[in-house]
Design a protein. Structure first.
Length: 305
């Protein structure tokens, strides 16, 4: 499924925190790592307290050094430097996904913008919105340490609608290749954790809405069981669970409880940044998750998830 992983790096240890996960996946999928840097227009002299890469030669030397540090891996490693003096980071990543034929982008989930801060927020939204390629976000540990990575347990949140099910076959394929278990999760809100657009109805008709949510919980149990049967096989262990509460908080709590190594989620790339983030579970998970999150781009009728 994954044959070429694009790993954008800015010269900092912070951005390099994605490397263990990238190496792990390339080894399991017999894929190629493409280390990538774009020389940024008007770049500052430092990045995360370290010297910034200000020229093509400097960037190439840096990528070669990173590639050399990964020489103990069996995965093929390529390097690519974009020398155009880039102003638009996300678009540059999208363009090079196509140019370099990458089928997964691996980004550091931290920062405030620009190559000096590969970011969950604007960069994430634009990369997902502008392309169809899955994006894996990895959050560094304290002191910018690269977290170790092994995929033993995958958490897949589903909400009972087909529009978000593209995450399921991707998770199943990763699980088979990595010999991981899969935990399917649906979070049914309580009256106090209804989304903003539904909270008004809950206040006006609390008894009715409570009954509807109870029915939704029962339906979710049957739904997850049917999804588990679709992917379950002799070499794949699948468990299911329905919980009540705030979707993002419950998902993150469950990721810790089941010791998930990876969260796989389907998400929309909406035309407006405000529309993409407003009321959505995805950004709240990305901003708070210490577990790597793989986003699968979906299209079709939009929802609030």
């Amino acid at each position: 499924m994954f044959k070429r992983l694009l790993v954008p790096l800015d010269g900092s240890r912070l951005a390099e925190s994605v490397l263990p996960a990238a190496v792990y996946l390339t080894e399991r999928f017999s894929a190629t790592i493409v280390l990538f840097h774009a020389v940024e227009a008007g770049a500052s002299s430092t990045v995360h307290g370290q010297r910034h890469l200000l020229s093509a030669d400097e960037a190439q030397a840096y990528l070669d050094e990173v590639a050399k540090s990964l020489s103990n891996t069996s995965a093929p490693i390529e390097t690519n430097v974009h020398t155009g003096g880039e102003l638009h980071v996300a678009q540059c990543i999208i363009d090079h996904v196509a140019e370099l034929k990458a089928d997964l982008v691996v980004l550091c989930a931290h920062g405030r913008g620009g190559w000096r801060d590969l970011v969950v927020g604007n960069i994430a939204q634009q990369v997902i919105q502008g392309g169809t390629t899955p994006v894996l976000f990895v959050r560094p540990e304290q002191a910018n340490q690269a977290p170790s990575f092994a995929c033993r347990q995958i958490l897949v949140p589903l909400d009972g609608t087909p529009i978000h099910e593209p995450a399921l076959p991707v998770a199943a394929e990763i699980a088979r290749v990595c010999r991981s278990a899969i935990h399917l999760l649906t979070v049914v809100p309580t009256l106090s954790t209804l989304s903003a657009e539904r909270a008004g109805t809950g206040l006006l008709l609390p008894t009715t809405v409570a009954a509807v949510l109870e029915l939704a919980e029962r339906g979710a149990i049957e739904y997850l069981q049917s999804k588990a049967k679709e992917i379950m096989s002799d070499d794949l262990v699948v468990s299911t669970e329905v919980v009540r509460g705030d979707p993002a908080s419950s998902l993150l709590d469950k990721a810790k409880h089941v010791k998930a190594d990876l969260i796989v989620m389907a998400t929309h790339g909406r035309p407006s940044m405000d529309a993409f983030w407003s009321g959505s579970v995805t950004p709240r998970v990305l901003f708070r998750s210490t577990t790597p999150v793989l986003l699968i781009r979906v299209s079709g009728e939009e929802s609030a998830r």
